[in-house]
Design a protein around this ligand. Sequence first.
Ligand code: PLP
Length: 403
Amino acid sequence: MQLNKSDKLSNVRYELRGRISDQADALISQGVDVIRLNIGNPGAFGFATTPAVQESLTRHAAACVPYSSTKGLPQARAAIAQYHRNLGLPNVCEEDIYTGNGVSELIQITLQAMLNPGDEVLVPSPDYPLWTAATTLAGGTPVHYICDEAADWCPDIADMRAKITPRTRAIVIINPNNPTGAVYTKDVLLQIAQLAREHKLALLADEIYDRLLFDDAVHVPIASLAPDLFCVTFNGISKSHQVCGYRAGWMVISGEKSHAQDYMAGVNTLASLRLCSNVTGQYAIIAALDDLEGPNVNLRPGGRLYEQRELVHRELNNIPGLSAVKSAGALYMFPKIDTARFNITSDEQFVLDFLREKHVLLSHGAGFNWAAPDHFRLVFLPPVDQLAQVMTRLRDFLASYKQ
Ligand code: PLP
């Protein structure tokens, strides 16, 4: 008998590791040197974690590491609680913190525990596409609100408001944002919190890039503005301390929880099913949260991420037909393509053509649930000389490209 995938998966899309990425793998297996700018994977571009985290990983990897409690090591949760209390999150207690195999696992647990068929979740467009995929997989319906490029990619509050229905359960915000690099103002966050308040919605705040800020950008955790609301904040050390492969993240439930005890019991059940998260990674969280200053060297003038962002922003805006809002945080830029100039009707085709001709892998905007075929995402993790090569290839490619 034919073995088919479950119907649950029929509408789940996750293109960051899909067809285009497979094409890149095929080229690589033929010996082609492909520059992969499609995943925010710092370790793949020569970033090393801080000495404190390295020391912790070495020490604990060698030991026989038993399971931790389902929620995580008490020392790890104490460190996480302290980190978020310092940032002003209200009503944080260790019992309502879960470590996870990356934020990825916790996003799925959160939504699986929350949604019934037909329940809606407000998700940004563009988004980090796991949020859309995990909502669908959990039986819910992702409803995308627009982030506005003309407003430095901040959420369009009127659009968000217009999309709330009696079935809406939660608002997802990704701040700092992947894929746009936006960091939201306090005013925008207050307006989002007010919407959640008026419509009794949970806030799901993916803040994994909260320590990756440039220039004078300030990150305000939305939970700190909403002590009367139920808020789940997601964070981790994949990006800030460049240890994606150790799968070390967490979530903190804060604010008003009295009406959510049944839901939280559901979260606990799902978390128990996976026993616990990677325990070596949990020790690394303790070391990382004790060393928040270490990685900042990359973010200042002269630091790798800072200079890479500068180059990409400058060069993109110098290529005829492209424009890009400068990222205030995170690792990404989401440039706009003048589709009329290149006759582009498929962003996926654009990315595939560039890959085949110039051997650079970008991600097309539709992969981030962006409706028009006029954007792509670029990861600015490679060193400046490699990024400069990418920019030259892009300029040359677009000089004669027509779809
Ligand atoms: N959330 C956002 C916004 C991300 O960009 C990523 C990874 O790129 C994740 C979550 C997943 O991170 P983790 O490695 O902790 O699973």
